[in-house]
Design a binder for this molecule. Structure first.
Ligand SMILES: [Zn+2]
Length: 487
């Protein structure tokens, strides 16, 4: 113990350490940005003490599936995540990353517009520098998006890339990895990436394996051809030597309900031979850009934003169509470019994936939407309160593990995700009796209940229902994470 005592002791709490271990009573001593002691610290001196009696003390959550790239700079208090207990986000998912790209046109093609208008970093290193210079409240790790690479290298996105274009993409991906990106993401489902053959992705992903970088993917198909799309992802993983993360795993569309029985069985089989895992958000509705095709697969569609009709954000597409006296498809067409929430999953599938022992909880929240899917503000408290406490679907220890220790291990976020001496002081203090999501499909930006205090690198970023204004977040670079992992 240092002579001056700890800067802060969180005392009297019940520690769920994020490793999956049973809860235990312990105090936590914090000095600087690190946890310097875990145990009985009643006799220790401290500059500050936080009474955590009747509270759970857990690692700050890690949201491995986000589209927070631009929001890290534009909304640096990250209230929608900090309010849930999140300390670290992984941005650049689904093939769309803010860097490396300086976009010169009018507006980038959907779904790149989900990130807002901040495409001004021709190199990933420039984005890292911006985060270093104006840090957000939370830590961030970055993926490099395949769609972003395509837009930066190709004039025509309706075909596979030529050899020359692949060379440019490889050069840009190499720069992103060199700058500290932890991997590459794809969004092969979306029009700007769909024409890319598997081989194009492999030729890029080849750069990942040797660097210990990972491959995350919004699969080419999450409906009738889910298993084929999974096989493609596995093939890319095998050819590149990279770990594969299947993003927001689901079986979409009424005719595919129950599909996760087979998809998870397939995953179990493949996991015996290669490194594959998945993340999931706890809702039976998806959200992304509005697409006319997707409307027919959904039992209900809510508009989240519309360039053509900003006034309809938050309204049901069915009501808008009735008002316009046209079909759902025609109404959707008239709103473009736009975003939407699609009710197209079965709750049984959602619960099955949440219970899958290797599933990480992640939000996929869209921070620039006018009327966002409630997952943006509710994901983590919803799993803790609704699925763990109220439904008993998983123990609280297991729920916390899927939000902290597991994602830290899968994404190589060394020093985070577990409460242990020497780790970074990313910590959430919450009330297990009252924690619950308050954001829903009618009021999607309500902060959750029951999250008391959130620390990032030893500094409180969320307290008493509001951001503190502190911005201790760090941009996490792969090389530093890998070096710190070596014994
Ligand atoms: Zn996605």
């Amino acid at each position: 113990m240092p002579d001056t005592g700890y800067e802060l002791i969180i005392e009297g709490g019940t520690v769920i350490d994020g490793s999956g271990a049973q809860r235990r009573n312990a105090d936590i001593g914090i000095s600087g940005d690190k946890i310097s002691a875990v145990g009985d610290l009643k006799q220790a001196t401290a500059q500050n003490r936080l009474d955590a009696s009747n509270r759970i003390v857990a690692p700050g959550f890690i949201d491995v599936h986000t589209h927070d790239d631009h929001a890290l700079l534009a909304k640096p208090d990250m209230a929608y995540k900090a309010s849930q207990g999140v300390a670290t986000v992984v941005a650049g998912n689904c093939g769309i990353s803010l860097a490396p790209l300086r976009f010169k046109g009018d507006r980038p093609p959907p779904p790149m517009d989900l990130l807002g208008d901040g495409y001004r970093f021709p190199k990933m290193a420039d984005f890292f520098t911006a985060l270093d210079e104006t840090p957000p409240a939370l830590n961030a790790a970055l993926l490099c998006g395949h769609t972003t690479l395509r837009v930066g290298a190709m004039d025509d996105l309706q075909r596979g890339a030529t050899d020359d274009e692949i060379d440019v993409m490889r050069k840009n991906l190499a720069e992103a990895l060199e700058a500290g990106a932890i991997g590459m993401s794809t969004g092969l489902y979306y029009p700007p990436a769909k024409p890319a053959p598997t081989d194009e992705v492999i030729r890029l992903a080849e750069l990942l394996g040797p660097e210990g970088a990972l491959y995350t993917t919004h699969l080419r198909d999450e409906g009738a051809h889910l298993q084929e799309a999974m096989e493609e992802a596995f093939e890319i993983g095998r050819a590149s030597g990279a770990k594969v993360v299947l993003s927001h795993h689901k079986s979409a569309g009424a005719s595919n309900f129950g599909g996760t029985v087979e998809s998870l069985a397939l995953l179990d089989k493949v996991r015996q031979e290669q490194d594959v895992t998945l993340d999931v958000y706890p809702y039976d509705a998806a959200s992304t850009v509005l697409s006319v095709d997707r409307v027919k697969d959904s039992r209900r569609v809510i508009v989240t934003w519309s360039e053509a009709r900003p006034d309809v954000a938050g309204r049901d597409l069915a009501d808008i169509a009735e008002e316009m006296d046209c079909s759902l498809e025609e109404a959707a067409e008239a709103l473009l470019p736009a975003g939407a929430i699609y009710f197209l999953m079965d709750e049984a599938d959602v619960q099955r994936v949440l219970q899958y022992p290797h599933a990480m909880v992640a939000s996929d929240g869209l921070p620039h939407d006018i009327f966002p899917h409630p997952r943006l503000w509710g994901t983590f408290p919803r799993v803790l309160g609704h699925y763990s406490r109220d439904l008993g679907l998983l123990t609280l220890e297991d729920a916390v593990y899927r939000m902290s220790g597991l994602p830290a291990a899968e994404f190589g976020l060394t020093g985070r995700g577990v409460i242990a001496e020497g780790n970074y002081a990313d910590i959430v203090v919450f009330d297990a009796e009252t924690v619950i999501d308050k954001a829903d499909f009618a009021t999607p930006t309500e902060p959750a209940a029951g999250i008391d205090t959130v620390f990032v690198n030893g500094k409180a970023v969320w307290r008493d229902g509001a951001p503190t204004g502190e911005r201790p977040g760090k941009a996490l670079r792969r090389q530093e994470l890998q070096a710190a992992a070596k014994p």
